[in-house]
Design a protein around this ligand. Sequence first.
Ligand code: ADP
Ligand code: ZN
Length: 576
Amino acid sequence: MTLSTGASHARDAPVNTADAEFHHMVDLVATVRHHFGHGSFRPGQEDLVRAVLDGHDVLAVMPTGSGKSLGFQLPAILLPGTTLVVSPLISLMKDQVDELNRRGVRAAALHSMLSSDARRDALRAARAGEVRLLYVAPERFASDHFARLLRELPIARFVIDEAHCVSEWGHDFRPDYRRLRTAAAECGRSDGQTGRPPMAAFTATATPEVRDDIVDLLGLTKPRVVVAGFDRPNIALRVRPVSGESEKQQLLPNLVGDRRALVYAATRRNADTAAETLRLAGVDAAAYHAGLADAERTRVQDGFVSGAVRVVCATNAFGMGIDRPDVESVVHVDIPGSLEAYYQEIGRAGRDGRQAIATLLWNYADVKTREFLIDREREEVPGRPTFAVDPADVARRKEIEHKKLRRIVAYADAAGCLRATILRYFGDPAVHEPCGSCGNCDRRAPVDAAARLLVRKILSGIARAGERYGRRKIAAMLVGQVEELPEPLTRLSTTGLLRDEPPRSIERWIDAACAAGLIRASDDQYRTLSLTPLGREVMAGRVEEVQMTVPAARPSKSTRPRRRRRTARGGAFRRR
Ligand code: ADP
Ligand code: ZN
């Protein structure tokens, strides 16, 4: 896969020279204004439109509402022939077709809800080359009759909307999507060239696994990947390490305050507990999870949407279709299962563009709960097609879930910019580090002499070890835990140099020094540490001014706040 960022693809030879010459002369901004009434492109849109116009296969990953549709609608207007759009939701299809026709762009849809008259009309218009965009439900591809029709149509682009539906690992697998690769291969091109028409796949699901599935299963050839629109600069990001449940309950009322807020928990019981804590602190909060009666769930959801309920404490069952633009705070009292789930949940904050804040309360012990939830999952998962009961599939899915969990743990533990960590994971090129509005960027400051000395000792440890070892071994060497170390590391001048520090703390300083650009970790699985040129200068004492995010002190057992109210409240804060 090649990643298309900025104008990089403009340097490559276009696939179809005639097309390319034509549309490179077109003023795309004027065209957008003329047909859609938008004054300018949003981030990523112009790259996307050009990649599709250039005749490349394209994978576009952009969040819902970011304006993906323009990526195929505008090319469909400009290119000769009909652009076929596979879309799984009839209502969305109808909306888009109506909207296009209202704007004077001829479009039609083929799906099961159509009367036979309407279907005949749509087909006739398509055959006559009168429709710019033909929307098609995926089930259509099961019909031989439809397959024959397809071969007769001059197709400009074969577009697959909601392309994650092709992947079992997405949240909405549709077996019919598996037919699309073959279907596309049988289509003729409107530009008279041989081979299938260029394909363009669109999705809001940014997980690397799903992305790879889309490319493989749809058979995209050297696709241009356009990722954009994931940054939500008005949401400040915070990770707050805590020692346990009681500290979470202590912090929660202040994190919510008088804001409109969503509080997410891993389990129903934790959602109930959070709501209870808030109510005791005088905050009017309601719980929402699958364990409540339908009527109560409706009451809470409607209440939140209307504004009558200000704070909802929920499991991930809450949120689909919640459209309340003025959510000011999202607090996760437990670590979510994946970075994409986390980003989707905090994405419900600040929709109105005003400043909002997302806080993750982070206790490593919570990871165990998540691991348990993943491993406990039996062969049959409600809502998943039953053919997935092949034990190999189940094992693979669990492995993916564990991998996703590791990514959110890496986020919670990140030493560098939190926003950059997320955007990098999604592959969004809009990464600029430091972002200036996350907890780690806020803590970035010149380090004092003591911290600088500690960092210099770590840097010399890495140098003495020959820049051939990873974080864990270097930390063990520095603190003098030599039992399991390779022999050469047990007798360096730096072995045991930081005897008084816990290894975990050294590892966090190493991460911080990586984020500050003093240490580099190799890209392979070994993550071998070496010094950057700046790191060498700092080690040698030639550079004294070091900007870095000092690792947040982990709450240790001795500083753990005493559990409050426990006896008085009859164990309402039971541990798991
Ligand atoms: P998606 O398919 O990514 O969910 P849509 O394509 O439906 O999103 O676009 C979401 C909304 O954004 C639509 O109302 C659309 O008119 C609007 N929109 C898209 N592009 C632009 C733009 N460049 N400027 C202003 N509004 C836009
Ligand atoms: Zn940042």
